[in-house]
Design a binder for this molecule. Structure first.
Ligand SMILES: NC(=O)c1ccc[n+]([C@@H]2O[C@H](COP(=O)([O-])OP(=O)(O)OC[C@H]3O[C@@H](n4cnc5c(N)ncnc54)[C@H](O)[C@@H]3O)[C@@H](O)[C@H]2O)c1
Ligand SMILES: O=C/C=C/C=C(\O)C(=O)O
Length: 528
């Protein structure tokens, strides 16, 4: 038997730095008509990278930058400050120095400021949506109507939740226990490109609410809305150093950030290999990590399901061109309804419009980057070589070219195959069947990867839903629905899908140091 082909790495190789004689880049880019400052935001100031600091061998006079491209048409959007060891350290020092005052700021004032930031996000929804679509290629209509409102909601929710935190008081043999949520210290937040500002704000909001100061490092493929957010936070009144943004590659600026001795928390959303590197770096200073990682979630379709609904749920997995960590990419359908389900599914797929994400009529846009499309296509090619059949899609959308990949469904895939085990992070689903009436086999297949982020099941039988949900390894199970998110719910993954849960009080558990103060019954009288 041939040895398995190694899965290509997720992390892009870091390109060479700008040549020493390149002209100094402009610090402002105009993207979708919106001016964006392309420098870091450190200690309440815009800061460029010197070539000397960005792990780059060159003269120290020019700024070090990298080029950000749009996935829509590959056009260059901006020259972004390319951070390195010096910028990472400067941002951590700024966050460390701002921490005592921010931690001492009364919760009501912290909450007021977060609401003011949310106001700023709402006032700039159109700008944020347009820039995010240019930068990551997700649909403009969902950025305008779903994602940016959710960014504001993330901020408001954790502001309000802070004020509702239960500071428990209880007695032990006459002694009083008082539990308080103490701010832990500077938090480093590292985020991916698939939902840039939404995922960043899901961490920024609870971290700031908890009294931590923040250094955010957005993904290098989507740096822009983090920069706009820094402006918004500043205009809303956040003091210098409370919120900082450093731009750049994981290997150059991410690594020194997570290894810095002055940080107290790391919250990371991204891939499993990067999480392993961050975990190793965090061990040096025993810094707690929260990891929200990849998935290979199942969509279980039982014969008693509403098959139209099941097909709707399946087609939803092409949202954001399949670049959704929670996506239920493995369809597991009961044998007797396979053909009926497939018919409904294909009806819907033929009605999807693929194209420019700025167009209201578009349902599926481009994938993020040519290198990522190459990776997605590699998975599909190897699956086809191994005997899979593409009942729809199976390659690039040649009519559109560039980063557009056809919504794809592969059948005839084996449970042990790469395409069933590994996260593709593109518009690629697989379909497997389980024997009629064999719930055990359905559960075995569903749980049969190293991931455990989410699971979706379609069934008309409530008892079956309860029974199967209880047996699934997943941080979130959706029954006859998908992506219904309440911020009070715990969110995270089991197995390789993550460590820890955020959401509700779980976020405060992570960003705070909990303290119990025990006071003797005699209170303040001297003993003796
Ligand atoms: N569970 C979730 O909530 C969730 C949500 C969205 C995406 N994801 C996952 O994210 C992945 C896709 O995102 P990606 O390709 O940007 O992931 P990635 O791991 O390549 O990068 C994520 C971030 O980590 C940074 N990084 C890379 N190497 C680093 C290092 N050594 N030290 C510090 N930082 C480093 C990157 O610059 C980027 O900002 C997928 O696996 C997806 O499932 C998970
Ligand atoms: O791609 C992953 C999307 C994750 C969604 C959330 O983290 C959320 O809705 O809070």
């Amino acid at each position: 038997m041939a040895p398995p082909t190694p899965v290509p790495p997720v992390n892009p190789p870091v390109p060479p730095a700008n040549p020493p004689d390149s002209p100094p880049p402009s610090h402002t880019a105009t993207v979708a008509g919106v001016p964006v400052d392309t420098r870091h935001w450190i200690g309440g100031e815009r800061v460029a990278s010197s070539t000397a600091s960005a792990s780059v061998t060159s003269t120290a006079s020019a700024s070090a930058t990298f080029t950000d491209h749009s996935p829509i048409d590959g056009a260059p959007l901006a020259e972004i400050a390319r951070g390195g060891v010096a910028e990472a350290r400067a941002a951590v020092v700024a966050a460390r120095d701002a921490f005592p005052a921010w931690a001492a700021t009364p919760p009501a004032e912290r909450a007021r400021l977060l609401h003011a930031v949310a106001d700023g996000v709402e006032a700039r929804t159109e700008d944020l949506a347009a820039v995010e679509t240019a930068d990551n290629g997700a649909l403009l209509r969902s950025h305008r109507h779903g994602v940016m409102p959710r960014v504001a909601h993330n901020l408001r929710y954790f502001a309000d939740r802070l004020l509702a935190l239960a500071h428990d008081d209880f007695e032990t043999r006459g002694h009083t226990n008082h539990v308080s949520w103490d701010p832990a210290g500077p938090a480093v937040l590292i985020t991916p490109w698939n939902a840039p500002l939404m995922l960043a704000s899901w961490k920024i909001a609870p971290a700031l609410a908890a009294g931590s100061t923040v250094v955010l490092k957005p993904a290098e493929w989507t740096p822009l809305t983090a920069s706009l957010f820094a402006d918004i936070a500043h205009e809303a009144g956040l003091s210098a150093g409370v919120f900082n943004v450093v731009q750049g590659y994981g290997a150059e600026v991410g690594e020194p950030l997570v290894a810095d001795p002055d940080i107290r928390r790391i919250s990371f959303t991204g891939s499993v290999p990067t999480a392993r590197r961050i975990a190793a770096a965090s061990a040096a200073h025993l810094v707690p990590c929260s990891f929200e990682l990849g998935g290979k979630s199942p969509l279980l379709v039982f014969a008693d399901a509403d098959l139209e609904l099941a097909a709707d749920l399946a087609v939803e997995q092409f949202d954001n061109a399949g670049q959704v960590c929670l996506a239920a990419t493995r369809i597991l359908v009961e044998e007797s309804v396979r053909d009926a389900f497939l018919g409904h599914f294909l009806d819907r797929v033929t009605k999807l419009t693929q194209g420019d994400p700025r167009d209201e009529a578009t349902d599926v846009g481009p994938n993020i980057h040519p290198r990522h499309v190459e990776r997605v296509d590699g998975f599909v090619r190897r699956a086809l070589d191994a005997g899979a059949k593409a009942v729809t899609g199976g390659g690039r959308n040649t009519a559109l070219g560039g980063n557009y990949y056809l919504p794809t469904l592969l059948t005839d895939v084996a449970q042990h195959s790469e395409i069933v085990r590994e996260e593709v992070f593109g518009p690629v689903l697989t379909l497997q069947t389980f024997p009629d009436g064999d719930e055990d086999e359905a559960v075995r297949l569903a749980n049969g990867t190293r991931f455990g982020l989410a699971a979706t099941l379609a069934t008309g039988d409530r008892e079956r839903a309860d029974r199967v949900s209880a047996r699934l390894v997943a941080g979130t199970v959706w029954v006859n629905c998908f992506f219904v998110r309440d911020l009070s719910a715990p969110f995270g993954g089991s197995r390789d899908s993550g460590i820890g849960r955020e959401g509700g009080d779980w976020s405060f558990d992570f960003y705070c140091d909990l303290k119990n103060t025990v006071t003797a019954p005699k209170g303040w009288a001297r003993h003796g």
